[in-house]
Design a protein around this ligand. Structure first.
Ligand SMILES: [Ca+2]
Length: 269
């Protein structure tokens, strides 16, 4: 506030009178965007991103205005009704960005507010702040054996979509839109399929476990032609152990039939 003092017949010893004129200060009109705060800087196609635009009334009287929000040069949203903001106050205005039909990519966010009458500074009515990236979901498939060890060079197929081989760490990566997928991993004769409902970045482990099999007996006899009252030695050390699918089942015991038992069996026939 400014003021003027006018003196009249002002001298020492005389009664003094002072007339004061108060001048009404000129109203200042200045509305400004001070910040843009998105709910995320990375989203997926179809996501709705909340974006807060912080507006401050730096002037001396209430102001009405509208906010418009853009990604690059494209319109995101605009306030439907004028926002009224008291002087020397600020407010966050929430706008939504539906990314459903927006191509993949990175976009710069810009907000604008309409200038108010007699605005002294319009340079702060626009603000560019933040880059939001719209990207596909990442599906990381890790192919392992029955013991959890990675299987390199396994083929991973997103049925009807994409195919890739696993790296040395058993990993294959895919970029996909939201949805339900059938994923098949295979290596040699082994294969396994799982379905996954992709609603975000996902890590999927697929185990390729061979089917279980029993031990295989293998032996030699010495001499190969048995002689009466001569000892025949059998050696079963060439027998192969079985597997339960994940572990080798070692042979813990070999059983033979004695000569006496063999004779008894022959007599029984
Ligand atoms: Ca302004």
């Amino acid at each position: 506030m400014s003021w003027l003092i006018k003196n009249r017949d002002w001298h020492i010893g005389s009664p003094q009178s002072i007339d004061l004129w108060f001048r009404q200060p000129a109203a200042v009109h200045d509305i400004a965007i001070t910040d843009i705060i998105p709910s995320t800087y990375k989203c997926y196609p179809g996501d709705v991103v909340d974006i807060l635009v912080i507006v401050e009334n730096k002037g001396t009287s209430p102001e009405a205005f509208n906010v418009t929000l853009y990604y690059d040069t494209h319109l995101i949203a605009k306030t439907q009704m004028s926002q009224v903001l008291e002087n020397k106050t600020s407010r966050s205005i929430r706008l939504e960005w539906n990314t459903t039909k927006v191509p993949l990519g990175s976009y710069t966010i810009k907000a604008e507010i309409s200038s108010v009458p007699d605005e002294v500074d319009v340079s702060n009515n626009e603000k560019t702040d933040g880059v939001i990236t719209i990207a596909l979901y990442e599906l990381l498939v890790i192919v392992v054996d029955g013991l959890g060890n990675p299987i390199p060079s396994a083929v991973v197929e997103i049925i009807g979509q994409q195919q890739a081989s696993t790296d040395i760490n058993g990993k294959a990566r895919f970029s996909l839109a939201k949805g339900l997928y059938q994923v098949r991993a295979s290596k040699g004769t082994l294969s396994s399929s799982v379905s996954v409902n992709l609603t975000g970045d996902t890590v999927l482990r697929i185990s390729l476990v061979p089917p279980p099999y029993g031990p295989k007996a293998e032996f030699t006899a010495s001499p190969e032609t048995a002689m009466v009252n001569k000892l025949v030695r059998f050696d079963a050390s060439a027998s192969q152990p079985g597997s339960n699918g994940t572990h080798t089942m070692l042979i813990s015991e070999y059983r033979g039939i004695s000569v006496m038992e063999t004779k008894q069996r022959l007599q029984l026939r």
